[in-house]
Design a protein around this ligand. Structure first.
Ligand code: HEM
Length: 120
């Protein structure tokens, strides 16, 4: 019984280490669509990837982080949300140039908040 319990404890501990958080998964799912949009020169490709990016972002933005980081996180997500709203409008107007400029700004927000939140 003792051995069984220590095995269980070990299993739980190992699982805890390898567990991927919902925020991490959502961020990872935004990575490729973002990269593809930055490289794309075809508005339809950007539209498709933008939808995939938004799926991840909509999950990411409602996540809880450490209490001391929450305000910074929410502020960055708000900025990113404003920019994605503008991208959506640019895409609806078929304005690729404007969308690309906004995508660059999204990258600046990512850098700023990844730095602020100590994301490596
Ligand atoms: C274009 C926008 C963004 C993309 C593509 C993106 C992508 C990523 C990726 C791929 C990771 C995993 C670690 C890494 O490889 O660097 C990550 C982690 C993280 N990002 Fe972002 N990010 C974006 C914007 C943001 C913003 C605006 C915030 C904060 C408001 C943020 C907060 C975080 C946090 C807290 C983590 C650590 C989560 C974890 O791995 O447990 N990200 N992000």
């Amino acid at each position: 019984m003792k051995r069984f319990l220590s095995c269980m404890a070990l299993a739980i501990a190992l699982n805890g280490c390898s567990e991927s958080s919902e925020l991490h998964d959502a961020m990872e799912s935004m990575k490729e669509p973002y990269k593809t949009m930055r490289e794309a020169n075809d508005i339809n490709a950007v539209k498709t990837e933008f939808a995939a990016f938004m799926q991840g972002l909509n999950i990411a933005k409602i996540q809880k982080v450490k209490t001391e980081d929450q305000a910074t996180f929410d502020e960055g997500m708000k900025k990113l949300g404003e920019l994605t709203g503008q991208v959506e409008a640019a895409l609806a107007a078929n304005n690729l140039e404007e969308a690309k400029a906004l995508l660059k700004k999204m990258g600046d927000v990512r850098k700023e908040y990844h730095d602020k939140l100590g994301v490596k």
